[in-house]
Write a protein that binds this ligand. Structure first.
Ligand code: SF4
Length: 236
């Protein structure tokens, strides 16, 4: 199996940007642009506690915050807001002895939990990010993870996410598309969509103006193409 090197790792946040809007990914990860708006500031505040590097114990659940994660198989690096380790006390788990956690024996099933400020989205953007975390944890802990949770600040509810073959495929396709787009090195063009109204990069991106100028450019290119050529004998 081929493995990526440390230098080739893609930040997990890039998957979320790419799945939201390929141009947003290009502006941030190719051109190094960034801008805050109310939504990104609120999102940061929600993540502050989650990224605090604390570990808590609540009975048979250990809660690790801001866990650094990576996958050399998929070429990913990032942090998981929260990973809950649930002690599996079933006879088979005790027999297998499973993962050892910080010197504690037994089998501990990891469950990644990602904090989000808004609510469940129409596109599986947050699900892809969470699945990427699961891929990292599975590799690091040599275990299988079936499910994680997205915690939405707006509804203050946990939304379960199953790491199905379809979601895993979407996630690995996203990683592959990012690698391909990185090699091309060109920021995708703008196309105004309703998500643009919530995008912190709106003023830098100018989706309506750029889209319009693209149309003008296309019109001009088409007009030039439609001009009769000298070979038609119409232009001297
Ligand atoms: S403003 Fe719209 S097109 Fe531009 S980066 Fe944001 S979401 Fe993408």
């Amino acid at each position: 199996m081929s493995m990526f090197t440390e230098d080739d790792l893609i930040p997990i946040s890039a998957l979320q940007h790419f799945a939201f809007c390929e141009r947003q990914w290009g502006l941030i990860h190719l051109e190094g642009l960034w801008a805050e708006n109310r939504l990104t500031v609120e999102g940061k505040q929600l993540h502050e506690r989650a990224d605090s590097d604390e570990t808590q114990v609540r009975g048979d659940v250990r809660i690790a915050r801001g866990q650094r994660i990576r996958s050399l198989v998929h070429g990913l690096v990032g942090r998981a807001d929260i990973v809950e380790f649930h002690k599996d006390t079933s006879p088979s788990a005790v027999e297998q002895n499973g993962i050892e956690l910080n010197g504690l024996e037994g089998r501990w099933n990891p469950i990644p939990i990602e904090y989000k400020r808004g609510r469940v989205k129409f596109k599986p953007i947050d699900e892809i990010q969470l699945c990427a975390q699961a891929l990292c944890l599975e590799e690091m802990l040599e275990t299988a993870i079936d499910e994680g949770f997205l915690f939405y600040g707006k509804t203050r509810r946990r939304h379960p996410v199953t790491f199905s073959p379809t979601l895993r495929q979407l996630t690995t396709d996203c990683i592959e598309n990012i690698r391909h787009a990185t090699i091309l090195g060109k920021t995708p063009s703008a196309s105004y969509q309703k998500e643009c109204d919530n995008c912190s990069l709106y003023d830098l991106c100018m989706p309506k103006a750029i889209e319009q100028s693209q149309s003008v450019r296309e019109y001009l290119n088409k007009s030039v193409r439609d001009l009769p050529s000298p070979d038609d004998g119409m232009i001297s």
